[in-house]
Design a protein around this ligand. Structure first.
Ligand code: GDP
Length: 837
């Protein structure tokens, strides 16, 4: 029934419109299906095959070309033979051409095949995925339909509908999924269905292509590009194989992360090249380096490009990412001892107190009792609490450590002598502690002295907003005597109590982080740093970066000089195995690899070099001279400082920075730890600087060089003496001060306009004297509006040199006109005054 129905319709419309029939017919049903079908239809009729033998046959049969004297039979035979030969010839030619063509085609086909295969594989995968999804959806729909048709009692329709559905659903999906709902309502012919299924087969292929394109377009171009690239690679591989198989190693282009500086071996590692090759390449570029040397990013970039890789410049902060602090979980945190710094005014007994605590509490007899120059030690209070004391010289170190990001102190013990009072440095210490938000305990020292008046200290402290417990405040105060040992235990108890309140905790089970308390260059052991571990546990063999230095823990000694294998939070240890001397306050971080440590250290070094350069620090004679030329108003006194420990060097440098004013400055060309060496003398000589040795001496060669070159070396063991001497030297460099004296004030009453002169202020001299030659300032509401000189000073009609207080006068400014009534004119003179710091 449906069969005839389809044919009838076809016949009806097919008559007048021939090829378009189907289009119109189908159009009524489904739009796009028809378009595809139509195009296919038009293409289908193919031209008929060639007839190679035909031409020969026709020619051979032509009786007009027959030669004379030959019988018909003979002629026929000959003609046959001829035509056969011709036909064979033609056949062969055609065959050859066909073969050639076939070969070409075959080649082309194979090429296409290779190309297509890759694409097909990918597309098939995608199509398959889409199909599976589609089928699932169709199954669902079919079931719905089945249910619907079952109601209509048209049982066969449902299973039949299935094969046609993919195309339909697909078309529907493409158009927005409107059709499937309508379809089941209409009846279909088997014929149509067959045709559709057949076309559906074709279309499935086309579809799968189309689908992929759609998907590719919808899903972004990444997938498509990748597949193209993969295809090309495959082709290239095949081509190379075909050309003799020298594709032994395919070049992999890598993205090479490049920091500011990189060790050659690490660079090779990142490129996955051999170090030797990289070294060779560097040599070819004129850089003689070994694989353990560091090269800068620009050089490295050149090499990376030479090896055909891509450079990825790592941003500055990335280098340090490996040591970024990780948050500890609350349950990983364990209690740790408090770290205490003793501060106070000079001679109030800081050192004595530290010594007294150490002597009474440190188990004597171990490694000669007290280790020299380890900047910290631990004691045990009577209640069993461990306390870590920092033995840093003064407030300078405290702040400089803080400025480097190392906040190591938990509690400050403020020492005030009971027979003295709150002094400038006491106040300074209080301010430092407050700034660092560190709780304080007041130790009123020298309580054994007859003149001791601890209550005066307590009331003095009130002025600094320190209210001690005895005055009902919340700052603990303890009376002690470093000399007799009185109150020391109470002090330790107070500290332990304060520590308990602070609930100090740290995670011992992580990569160690610590702060350098002191560092020095030891003749026998190399650079040595006293490190206070703050987080984690520092172990022998750990690789670390500390400030601009790095190293591997070769050995560790505790505060009593005993070898230890590990140090946990709040434990001070002396660390050996550094590649250079770090600075007090530098933070130590354990990292995983030596390369990381080097990289970070190198990066920091570069950074600080840049910073110094930016700050215009003069380190060579040329630079110093250039600086002096550029900046003639500032006189500089260059010095070189060498000290026994980093803390002292630091304190001296800070004291030096305080000397001077806008015109004279002390510039520390170099400060360091250890003996004065020849290179120090060289630097000093180049800059015309003296060398200051604090608790250190010059070695023999340095001494000789200094003698020859006339470089002055001065030795000190007291910082204040050194500071005083530098001050004296610096004041010799001071240029005379220009001091201003105010000699008079005048008030403007009226302003006149005088032709040829401009505005003239009619004034009353209210104070002192108005002098024609003096400098003047115009003040309006006490703000200086103008500074300059006078053009005229008139008393009545006469030009005068001076006008006394109480008298009226006329004044006009040189090159300035904006004077108003009620403005005040300040009259001043300048004089040179010789001065000292
Ligand atoms: P620092 O400059 O704060 O380190 O003070 P020192 O520890 O060097 O002490 C300065 C002077 O005070 C030294 O002569 C000590 O002997 C003395 N001194 C320190 N503590 C006491 C004490 O408790 N009683 C007495 N009588 N003298 C002390």
């Amino acid at each position: 029934m449906s069969d005839t129905d389809g044919k009838k319709t076809l016949g009806l419309r097919g008559g007048p419109r021939s090829g378009n029939v189907k289009q119109s017919f189908s159009h009524g049903r489904t739009k796009n299906v028809v378009v595809e079908t139509k195009r296919k239809r038009v293409v289908v009729p193919k031209p008929s095959g060639s007839k190679p033998g035909a031409g020969g046959g026709t020619q051979g049969g032509d009786p007009s070309k027959r030669p004379a004297g030959i019988s018909d039979a003979e002629l026929e035979r000959r003609m046959k033979a001829l035509s056969l030969a011709k036909a064979r010839e033609a056949d062969e030619a055609v065959q050859r051409a066909a073969d050639e063509k076939a070969r070409d085609e075959e080649r082309q086909r194979r090429r296409d095949e290779i190309e297509a295969k890759e694409r097909e594989e990918r597309e098939r995968e995608e199509a398959l995925k889409a199909k599976v999804e589609e089928e699932q959806r169709e199954k669902r729909e079919a079931e719905e339909r089945k249910a619907a048709t079952a109601k209509k009692a048209a049982a066969p329709a449902a299973p039949e509908a299935k094969p046609a559905d993919p195309a339909e659903a697909q078309a529907a999906a493409e158009r927005g999924g409107l059709k499937p709902a309508r379809k089941p309502d209409r009846e279909r012919t088997d014929d149509k269905r067959d045709a559709k299924t057949a076309k559906g087969g074709e279309r499935d292929n086309r579809r799968s292509g189309k689908l992929t394109l759609n998907q590719a377009l919808a899903g972004g171009e990444g997938g498509r590009q990748r597949s193209m690239a993969a295809m090309k690679r495959k082709q290239e591989r095949q081509r190379q194989k075909a050309m003799g198989g020298h594709a032994e190693r395919e070049k992999v282009v890598r993205d090479v992360q490049l920091p500011e500086a990189i060790v050659v071996s690490e660079l090779a590692n990142r490129m996955a090249e051999r170090s030797a090759d990289v070294v060779k390449a560097l040599m070819q570029n004129g850089m003689m380096v070994t694989q353990n040397q560091v090269i800068d990013a620009d050089t490295a970039e050149l090499i990376i490009e030479e090896f055909g890789h891509r450079v990825v410049r790592v941003s500055e902060s990335d280098v340090e990412q490996v040591i970024e602090a990780t948050e500890d979980r609350a349950d990983d945190l364990k209690p740790r001892p408090p770290v205490i710094t003793i501060m106070g005014h000079v001679d109030h007994g800081k050192t004595s107190l530290l010594d007294a605590i150490r002597k009474t509490k440190v188990v004597a007899g171990e490694a000669g009792g007290i280790t020299q120059h380890i900047g910290a030690y631990q004691v045990t209070a009577d209640n069993g609490a461990t306390l870590t004391f920092l033995d840093t010289p003064g407030h300078a170190a405290f702040t400089s450590m803080r400025s480097r990001g190392a906040q190591v102190t938990d509690i400050v013990v403020l020492v005030v002598a009971a027979d003295d009072a709150v002094m400038p440095q006491t106040i300074e210490a209080i301010n430092h502690a407050k700034a660092a938000k560190v709780p304080m305990i007041v130790a009123i020292n020298k309580i054994d002295r007859p003149a001791a008046n601890p209550d005066k200290v307590r009331t003095d402290l009130l002025q600094q907003e320190i209210i001690v417990e005895k005055l009902s405040g919340d700052v603990q105060d303890v009376e002690v005597s470093a000399l007799t040992g009185h109150g020391l235990d109470t002090l330790l108890e107070a500290i332990a109590l304060q520590a308990e309140i602070l609930e100090l905790k740290a995670n011992p089970d992580r990569a160690a982080q610590g702060a350098v308390i002191e560092a020095q260059l030891d003749v026998g052991r190399g650079p040595v740093a006293t490190v206070l571990v703050q987080h984690g546990t520092l172990r022998q063999g750990d690789i670390f970066v500390v400030g601009e230095q790095w190293g591997k823990v070769r050995a560790m000694e505790n505060d009593q000089g005993a070898r230890v294998k590990e140090a946990g939070p709040s434990v001070p240890v002396e660390v050996l195995g550094l590649n250079g001397t770090p600075e007090a306050g530098d933070v130590l971080n354990v990292v995983e690899t030596e390369a990381q440590a080097r990289e970070i250290a190198e990066y920091r070094h570069q950074q600080s070099k840049n910073k110094r350069a930016a700050a215009g620090a003069a380190t060579s004679l040329e630079q110093l001279m250039q600086k002096a030329k550029d900046d003639q108003t500032v006189s500089e006194m260059p010095i070189v400082v060498k000290a026994d420990v980093q803390g002292s060097a630091e304190a001296i440098v800070q004291a030096m920075e305080k000397i001077g004013n806008d015109e004279v400055r002390v510039r520390v060309l170099h400060s360091g730890v250890g003996a004065i060496t020849e290179s120090d003398i060289g630097l000093a000589e180049a800059s015309g600087a003296p060398v200051f040795g604090f608790n250190v001496r010059a070695n023999a060669t340095a001494r000789n060089t200094a003698n020859q070159k006339g470089v002055e070396i001065r030795y000190y063991s007291v910082i204040y003496d050194l500071v005083d001497d530098v001050k004296a030297a610096a004041s010799g460099l001071l240029s005379n001060e220009i001091r201003e004296n105010f000699i008079g004030y005048a008030e403007i009453r009226e302003v006149f306009k005088v032709s040829g002169v401009g505005k003239v202020a009619g004034c009353l001299v209210t104070e002192g004297v108005a002098r024609r030659s003096a400098g003047v300032r115009l003040l309006r509401d006490n703000v200086v509006i103008h500074e300059g000189t006078l053009k005229t000073l008139k008393r009545f009609k006469d030009e005068v040199a001076e006008v006394q207080s109480g008298q009226e006068c006329g004044m006009a400014f040189e090159n300035y006109d904006d004077v108003r009534p009620k403005d005040v004119i300040e009259i001043f003179t300048r004089e040179e005054v010789e001065r000292s710091l």
